[in-house]
Design a protein around this ligand. Sequence first.
Ligand SMILES: *Cc1c(COP(=O)(O)O)cnc(C)c1O
Length: 426
Amino acid sequence: MHPNIWHPFTQAKTAPEPLKVKSAQGIWLTLEDERQVMDCISSWWVNTHGHAHPQIAEAIYQQALKMEHVIFGGFTHDPAEQFAEQLVPHLPPGLTRVFFSDNGSTSVEVALKMAYQYWRNLHQPRSTFMAFDGGYHGDTFGTMAVGSRSIFSAVFRDMLFEIEYVDFPATYIGDAAAAQTAATALEKIESELKTQRDRYAGIIIEPLVQGAGGMRMCRPDFLQGLRKLCDDYDVLLIFDEVMTGFGRTGHWFASDRAAIAPDIMCLSKGITGGFLPFAATVCSEKIYAAFYSDDPLKTLYHGHSYTANPLGCAAAIASLKLMQENQPKFAAMEALHQQHCQQLIMHPRVEQLRIMGTIMAFDVVTPSKPGYLNTVGRQIRDQAIDRGLLLRPLGNVLYLLPPYCITEEELAMVYQAITEILDGLA
Ligand SMILES: *Cc1c(COP(=O)(O)O)cnc(C)c1O
């Protein structure tokens, strides 16, 4: 470990030396020792079009020559206006207001504050949120609070505000109970809202795929049911699309795949194609209107030094353009996963295989306890690196989440390597 660096999610005492990356191009990372590693997880799910894409690099460079940053309170600029104008037509209908920040956690914090204050501003204060078992929304205090309690947040437990957890109806290919699980989950939510709806400012969910919680997937009709409950009981629906946004589910957004619109949506990871830390919280006019007032206390008093950073906006605009060009690629990846998985699903080490757009995941059957600390993930990670693949299982959940530039040959190589790794597990 470098004597001046503290790595994220890392126990420095027991962790192996981090691998030093010299450069990255497309799907390939080049390590200091010249080894090539294929980035099968888009570097923590941010990279969408491949590394060092020249069009995004050029857009950032051109913007930096003109204006690298400027205060966004009392000032505005073209990059922010253009990005907002170009983003909105791709968003679910009704989401027309864009609030900028700089990472996924802050985009969720903003969503929570918007929802909470919305009800205060309407003089109908509501005190809590409903969230899903297994959810992950970030590492700041508010986002830890609405996330599932886990080893990530255990030490801070007493500092986290109370919320109500409900079951996430996780499902997989061949799950005969899927419809029932979803119906039961909706019934439980409804019975809570029936008697307690005035407690709830909103319901927050990672739509279709819970990322850090283990790539757990639910069906679009569950989200439709949830939307209907939120309408019926007048509770705000917040979609944390930090991971699912920008093509990950095979559609522009998970909301599109479910054919519904939330009231508030959080976007980050893929927003700049993986180039710069950037984020947006988008909401409907209904929410915006509750803050639009002569009363200064109705203001959303939230902002960050780098809000609407012009370089971030320029990268995001360039990435939107590539999204349009790459739409056939990210839309086609689900079918490729399905082809490869016809074999893989029969492997004795593979359980609960699931696919959503560009994401494939399964539980590795292991004799030891499943979960984030399960050591089979570590073994797989090491063996993958030896084969030139970056995989980073979440405990015993192995998943693929590649950049959209991956070729059919490369994807076939990855599946071949995964099969061999599973075959060789002790
Ligand atoms: C990664 C993630 C976050 C947090 O984003 P950061 O940029 O890491 O703060 C929030 N929500 C979801 C669904 C995520 O996957």
